[in-house]
Design a protein around this ligand. Sequence first.
Ligand code: NAD
Ligand code: GLY
Length: 363
Amino acid sequence: MRSVKIFLDSRSYEISIGSAMDLGEVLLSSAMKKNVAVVVTNATVARLHLSKVLVALHKTFNRVEVVEIPDGEQFKTWDSLNQILTALLSWGCDRGTVLFALGGGVIGDVTGFAAATYMRGIPFVQLPTTLLAQVDSSVGGKTAINHPLGKNMIGAFYQPRAVVCDLQYMDTLPLRELQAGIAEVIKYGPIHDMVFFQWLEESIEAVLAKDEDALAHVVQRCCEIKAQVVSSDERESGQRAVLNFGHTFGHAIEAGMGYGVWLHGEGVAAGMVMAAELSKRLGLVDESFVRRLTRLIGRAGLPTKGPVIDAVDNAGRYLDLMRVDKKSEAGEIRFVLIDGPGKAIVRPAPDSLVREVIDACCK
Ligand code: NAD
Ligand code: GLY
């Protein structure tokens, strides 16, 4: 088993990475009351993976309950949050109850927010079942639901007590979801680690084939980078924003197309090409870097062009949606840009240039 630690004083925790791990064993070391466990999941994941988790939890906890929320980004909403909170209240759950998020980033984000808000905060554990959730969303304590006017706009920073990344979950993950996760994997190269990027260029076929060693390396390296960034800037007062490379354009794609039409990772993939192109037009990277990044994204089977989200004024619609981004200041959009391969910065860009990039990068 591999392990990565997030250092955040009293909120520090361990990410365990392995295959077919004994969940009960992994949880032994975490200092939580083992009285009531509530698993939050959806029908898709429950059908595939819930029974094994329940066996482990029944051995560890006195009582185990399950809440199933509907599957999909379009259900990352107040209604789903309320469904979880209502279940907890109706079962008389107290502050010692531990929530388990069994699923992808949607389950993780909603469950984390429920844990942050129920009785002003109860412990929760992330059991991420998608690649995207293992390399990114389960780590770092960002929890949220969507608002029709903007993605992830309602939420809290709230750290889990533990993250357990079992690579066995990847066996059942559809290719399109694996590819969406690879978008967040690729992101770590341009913003932080071009050695890892080069390894990905050499190993992308192995990752797509779900080779276990390749996946283990991917999850460990991504979690190490994320742990380093989050440990130094938990609440995104600066450096953490670089983890949003590709996300400003990507969130506009998700919201503009309607949540769930483009997967989060697909929006990030096309968004990274757009952000790289903007970086180039600002003189921060050269054309060969944009081509290199675009090539790897394409080899992963991910979109390298954004969709047209408005037939009349596409760039204007992108700009409107991007102004709702959490990095915006006084209505000015701030982009994560690549300032030479391996280093990211956050800064505004002239609307006219952003329009040119959108026109060049959408089809
Ligand atoms: P998701 O949670 O919607 O999961 C994708 C699909 O795969 C779902 O249909 C799910 O039921 C299914 N699934 C999950 N595990 C499976 C498995 N093992 N086998 C078969 N099917 C499985 O999507 P996602 O890509 O995991 O996460 C995207 C979400 O994560 C977005 O809402 C995004 O905003 C969020 N996110 C959050 C952070 C953060 O820091 N909190 C970071 C990145 C992304
Ligand atoms: N996924 C971006 C972050 O965790 O900050």
